[in-house]
Design a protein around this ligand. Sequence first.
Ligand code: RBF
Length: 358
Amino acid sequence: MKNIGKITAAWPLVVLLAALMPLAPLYAGGKKEAETRAPDPRAPERLSVLVYITGMVAGSPPYELLAAGAESFAASHSNVSVKIYEAGFNQATWEEQLTDLVASGEYNLVLGSNPSLPEICIKVGSKFPNQKFIITDAQLAGNPQICTYLYNQYEQSLYLGYLAGLITTSTMKNANAVKKIGFIAAQNYPLLDNHIIPGFLEGARRVDPEITLDTRIVGNWFDANKAADLAASMMSSGVDVFASIAGGAAQGLIDTAQKNGAYIVYHNTNEYSKAPGIIVGCGLMEQKKLVEEILADVLAGKIQYGTSKTVGAPEGYLNFIDNDPGYTAYVPQDIQTKFNAFMRDIRAGKISYTLPPL
Ligand code: RBF
């Protein structure tokens, strides 16, 4: 457990203004502004945000983008302060750590990004009924303290799976004759089991219904050696294209794919430059944009607590990076043409599929 907490810089100015506030009525004909304008609790004038990272920032795209979005918003809003707190990989301690942080009373908003957070926030929130929580990458409606935003990861997996299908059935250098793709995941959880994995397989089978998927579980979000071993074993059984949701452990997959010659399609972030010619397709989760919009809505009092929204490519919150040389220079033109057409239809909401319940 490590707290890299960082209070973003603007407080000195806020403190100075706060110190001068009591003088203001003297210059307003003695009329005390504070008495005439009650603060709106839903639209705080000063916003102190706890960014609660369920793991570590480095190596995990959703958390890197969450922290970046919150920090960039704070940098351009002098009344907003942000603390980034890394809760570490021991999930059994997350609730207790969050309880202690909320108990300090320092934060008028807890912001996190993890499918398992709503359950924890329900418990913590029941002890602190004034605490508000906003969680992305999660789904919960009906709790008046919690607002959630779910990325449609079925959709991102569908288009990355489609690309994986085009590649495994191709004559590209590292592609073999076996119609088999692979997925390395850190752990099982409903979003992975019900959206991410089934979406990936469905996307590939839209290219060729005979494609099979080999899924392996690392057991944690950091063991790159284990992921490297899994990847090697999967390659020896015919896997030539991989995807993974494994945080820092994914580095092991990248190393094996580079050494032994396989392809990777990557969720959520631009990783092309990490392994040119190996990582040949990158999806994008617009988490930084979403977080900046969320914080603007918090300041404007527009957040509807108790609700959950699902956002995907047609809404502009998932995408595919198709203008990077890691894609344009390494994926054969005929595959690019087919995939770009599929992606255009995804963005336009023209690809129909059934989104399974979580
Ligand atoms: N994703 C990461 O990139 N890094 C993590 O450390 C991480 N930890 C997670 C822990 C739990 C208990 C769960 C349910 C998910 C975790 N995720 C992590 C997955 C992340 O929230 C998201 O679903 C995936 O990255 C797909 O976008």
